[in-house]
Design a protein around this ligand. Sequence first.
Ligand code: SF4
Ligand code: SF4
Length: 177
Amino acid sequence: MEPLRGGGLVNLSEKSLAKLNENYPDTTPAEFGLRWSASLKNVVTVLSGMSNLKQMKENIATFENFTPMNEQEIKVADEMAKIIQSQGEINCTACKYCTEVCPKGINIPAIFSLYNQYKVTNSPFHLKIYYETLSDSEKANNCIKCNLCNKNCPQNLPIPELLAQVQSEYEKSKVSS
Ligand code: SF4
Ligand code: SF4
């Protein structure tokens, strides 16, 4: 499930996209990500969400003449993964399973999404601006650390700790802007 991390691997940062383009200019991030997943040993089905006909056609084309990734492609994928990890993004796929159980109504996926944008742009100003578009009740400082959300997260994210991290960086962004 979620071979493209809820679409997050389609919208790559400039640096990781450049790595793909310099090696495989005719390959899209979606094709590359799907082929990586389908090339894993023991994987028989890759379940990818699609939101329009164009995406469906692209996915069909990827699997119609499927060939597993070769060693060089896997190496490039590893290098792209390292770039993504070095940016400090939170691996949230926006599935919203956590919000179903949060007693405080915190908008966890929205908070992680704007934090990831901040990490890609490296602009505290962006973090401040977008964080302030959330209503007060949706913000991370309402977390009571009950850990109910953690049990529902398929990515095993330490959600309360990450929320505290975002809140702390937001506080710093207010000082620096
Ligand atoms: S730990 Fe925080 S974010 Fe998670 S369910 Fe409890 S209040 Fe909500
Ligand atoms: S359950 Fe995990 S992956 Fe899903 S939206 Fe919440 S934090 Fe993100």
